[in-house]
Design a binder for this molecule. Structure first.
Ligand code: SF4
Length: 523
C-alpha cells in the first residue's frame, strides 16, 4: 500500500498514485457503465455553447446547483443569535444533520441544534408524540433558556400544527407552560434560508410581544433596534456594535450569534455563549425605531414592526459600500440625535483613499455575481462606486420588484449599463453565462469553484476565477470572521477584489522573457 504510518497522505496526492489510478479506472470501466471520455468531452463542449444556453434557460421543473439553501437552515441561524437558545427542528433527522454540517463547515464550530427525528410512523400519524418527547428531552439534557422551533418539509407536507403541538406539550406537562418556545413554520418548498430567518425572527417577536403591547410606548427606552437578517460574516455583528458605541447610541442588536459561533479554545466547551438577551426582545417595542439591515429578506419582520410595534421601520439599504453606509449612519444620527463622530468620518476618509488608490486596477473589470438579495444589491452598488462593471447579477430567491430595483441601480451608473439581472436562476444557468459572455471574475460562495474548474477545462483564456464572498464558504478558512458591512467592510471587500485582480495579472504574466514586462514590482 502506498499509504504508510510514517507518511500519511491526504486524498490528494494519494489518489494520483498508480495503484489508485488503476483501481478507479477498473471500477469505472467494469461496473459504472459510464460514457466514453470522448463522449463526455463532446457533451462538455456542447454545454458551453449559446445553443445549449438557450435550452438551459428554458428549463422549468429542475434546479441544478441552487444558489440558496432551505428555510429551516435560516431559522436555525436566527435561533443561535439569542441567549441560551436551543434551535429545535420538528422533522427529519437527516435535514438537521445537513444544517449542522453546513454551519459546521462554514464556521468551523460545533453547532447545537436538535431534531425530534420523525420517521415513517410519525409521517403517517403526525409528529405530536415526537414533539412531546423531544421538547422534554431537549430541556432536560441541554438546559436552554429558550427553545426555538422550526420545521422541515416532512412535517409541513403532513400539515403538523406547531402551535397546537407546543400548546399540548405544555398542557400535558412535558415542559413548563411559561417556558419560552417561539416557533415558525418553515416549509422549504417555498422561499429559501433567508425566508426561514425572517419567519423565525417574526416567531420570536410574536412570542415575546404580541400579548404584551399594552404598556409599550414607541421611543420610551431611547434605543434603536438593529435586525441583521441572515448574516454569516461575524465581523458584521462586531462592526455594528463598534459603530453604535462610537456614536454613543443606545441600541439593541436583535440577534447576535457572534459568541456562540466563535468560541475560544480555552478548555471550556460552550454550548451557549452570548446572544441577544430575551429581555431585549421584550423591550424592543419601546425603541424609537427598528432598522432592518437586509430589508429584502425581512418582509414579515417589517410587517410585525409596523403593525404590532407601531414603529416606522425606516427604509434603508444594506449598509455596504460607501454611500449606503453613509445613509445608514445618517439615519441613525437622525433618529437618535447623536452626531456621526470624527472616528467614523476619519474611517470613511480612509476608505475613500483606498478606493482612489485601487480604482485604476478595478476600473472596467467585469464581475458576475450571485447570492442573497440584499448582499447582491450591496455588492453591485459598491462595484459601481469602484468603477467596476457588474455584468451578470443573479439572485435565486428574489421577486420582480427586486429585479426592477437591481436594474434601476445598474442603470444609475455608466458602469452598470451592460449589466443583466437574473432571478429564479441557479448556478447551472450562471455557468452558461460564464461561457457565452465571459466576465473577468465571478463573486459568490464556494460552489462557484466548479464553474471556475469547468471554464478552465475549456482553456485558460476561458477561465473565470472565483472571488469567495458570500455563504457558504467551505473551502477557505476563517473568511466568515471578516466584515462586509460599514466602511470597515468596504475596506475588506476592496482589498479582496483588487488583490484578486493583481493575482490574476501575475498569473497571466509569468512567462519568463515573454510577458514579464508586467510581472514587475513597480506598481
Ligand atoms: S429542503 Fe426540506 S427535505 Fe431538504 S433538507 Fe431542507 S427541510 Fe430537509
Amino acid at each position: 500500500m502506498s499509504q504508510t504510518i510514517d507518511q500519511i497522505k491526504p486524498s490528494y496526492p494519494l489518489f494520483r498514485e498508480p495503484e489508485y489510478v488503476d483501481n478507479l479506472a477498473r471500477k469505472r470501466d467494469g461496473v459504472e457503465e459510464g460514457h466514453s471520455a470522448e463522449k463526455i468531452e463532446e457533451i462538455f463542449q456542447w454545454s458551453t455553447t449559446p445553443e445549449y444556453q438557450e435550452l438551459n434557460f428554458k428549463r422549468e421543473a429542475l434546479t441544478v446547483n441552487p444558489a440558496k439553501a432551505c428555510q429551516p437552515l435560516g431559522a436555525v441561524l436566527c435561533a443561535l443569535g439569542f441567549e441560551k437558545t436551543l434551535p429545535y427542528v420538528h422533522g427529519s433527522q437527516g435535514c438537521v444533520a445537513y444544517f449542522r454540517t453546513y454551519f459546521n463547515r462554514h464556521f468551523k464550530e460545533p453547532i447545537a441544534c436538535v431534531s425530534d427525528s420523525m420517521t415513517e410512523d410519525a409521517a403517517v400519524f403526525g409528529g405530536q408524540k415526537n414533539m412531546f418527547d423531544g421538547l422534554e428531552n431537549a430541556m432536560a439534557l441541554y438546559k436552554p433558556k429558550m427553545i426555538a422551533v422550526s420545521t422541515t418539509c416532512m412535517a409541513e407536507v403532513i400539515g403538523d400544527d406547531l402551535n397546537a403541538f407546543i400548546g399540548n406539550a405544555k398542557k400535558e406537562g412535558y415542559i413548563p407552560s411559561e417556558f419560552p418556545t417561539p416557533f415558525a413554520h418553515t416549509p422549504s418548498f417555498v422561499g429559501s434560508h433567508t425566508t426561514g430567518w425572517d419567519n423565525m425572527f417574526e416567531g420570536i417577536q410574536r412570542y415575546f410581544t404580541i400579548n404584551a403591547m399594552d404598556d409599550k410606548v414607541v421611543g420610551s427606552n431611547g434605543k434603536i433596534n438593529l435586525v441583521p437578517g441572515f448574516e454569516t460574516y461575524l465581523g458584521n455583528y462586531r462592526v455594528l456594535h463598534r459603530m453604535m458605541k462610537e456614536m454613543g447610541v443606545d441600541y439593541s442588536l436583535l440577534c447576535d450569534p457572534t459568541e456562540v459561533l466563535d468560541t475560544p479554545a480555552d478548555g471550556e466547551f460552550r454550548m451557549y455563549d452570548g446572544g441577544t438577551r430575551l429581555e431585549e426582545m421584550q423591550d424592543a417595542p419601546n425603541a424609537i425605531d427598528t432598522l432592518l439591515l437586509q430589508p429584502w429578506q425581512l418582509a414579515k419582520t417589517k410587517k410585525f414592526v409596523q403593525i404590532t410595534w407601531k414603529q416606522p421601520s425606516s427604509h434603508l439599504n444594506i449598509p455596504m459600500g460607501l454611500a449606503w453606509t453613509d445613509e445608514f449612519l445618517m439615519k441613525v444620527a437622525e433618529l437618535t440625535g447623536k452626531p456621526i463622530p470624527d472616528s467614523l468620518t476619519k474611517e470613511r476618509g480612509r476608505l475613500v483613499d483606498m478606493m482612489t488608490d485601487s480604482h485604476a486596477w478595478l476600473h472596467g473589470k467585469k464581475f458576475a455575481l450571485y447570492g442573497d438579495a440584499d448582499f447582491v444589491l450591496g455588492m453591485v452598488k459598491f462595484l459601481l462606486e469602484l468603477g467596476a462593471e457588474p455584468t451578470h447579477v443573479l439572485c435565486h430567491q428574489a421577486n420582480k420588484r427586486w429585479k426592477k430595483e437591481a436594474e434601476t441601480l445598474l442603470a444609475s451608473s455608466p458602469f452598470g449599463k451592460e449589466g443583466k439581472v437574473y432571478t429564479g436562476c441557479d448556478l447551472w444557468h450562471f455557468r452558461s453565462l460564464c461561457f457565452t459572455d465571459k466576465p473577468d471574475f465571478m463573486i459568490g460562495n464556494s460552489y462557484g469553484k466548479f464553474i471556475q474548474r469547468d471554464t478552465l477545462h475549456k482553456g485558460k483564456e476561458h477561465e473565470v476565477p472565483l472571488i469567495r464572498i458570500g455563504f457558504p464558504i467551505f473551502d477557505r478558512h476563517h473568511l466568515h470572521r471578516m466584515t462586509t458591512l460599514g466602511y470597515e467592510g468596504a475596506m475588506y471587500l476592496l482589498t479582496t477584489l483588487v488583490n484578486a485582480v493583481l493575482e490574476r495579472l501575475d498569473d497571466e504574466t509569468r512567462g519568463m522573457g515573454t510577458t514579464d514586462y508586467n510581472y514587475d514590482l513597480v506598481r
